[in-house]
Design a protein around this ligand. Structure first.
Ligand code: FES
Length: 111
């Protein structure tokens, strides 16, 4: 399994919808199965600019942009992150393409 960087939105809109809770649940899960973050790092992100489609969670370098994420989606997302399934397509493609592209360009940038 390759290294993945998972960002959970920490912006106002996503927080109001409960992103803090999703962040904690993902963190607790991966602290148990991958305590030294050898495969998966879970981090907060200030705001992706796709606030109306929150809660947003992104996965890099896979370039998977999950939107409208609810707590009930976490098991499917975890299965994907653990490399046991393809991305959860019902949660992708919800934000404008330029919002996604901007994020990937930034994360791809070496600076
Ligand atoms: S608040 Fe989450 S994308 Fe802006």
């Amino acid at each position: 399994m390759n290294n993945k960087l998972v960002y959970v939105c920490d912006g106002g809109d996503c927080n109001e919808k409960g992103s803090g809770n999703l962040f904690t649940k993902l963190k607790v899960h991966f602290d148990e199965v991958d305590p030294h973050e050898k495969r998966i790092k879970i981090r907060r992100y200030p705001c992706f600019g796709g606030c109306e489609q929150g809660i947003n969670i992104t996965i890099w370098p896979d370039k998977v942009f999950y939107s409208l994420v609810k707590e009930s989606d976490l098991p499917d997302i975890i299965t994907h992150l653990e490399g046991e399934s393809a991305p959860v397509t019902r949660l992708t493609g919800k934000v404008r393409p330029d919002v996604e592209e901007f994020l990937w360009q930034m994360l791809d940038s070496p600076y």
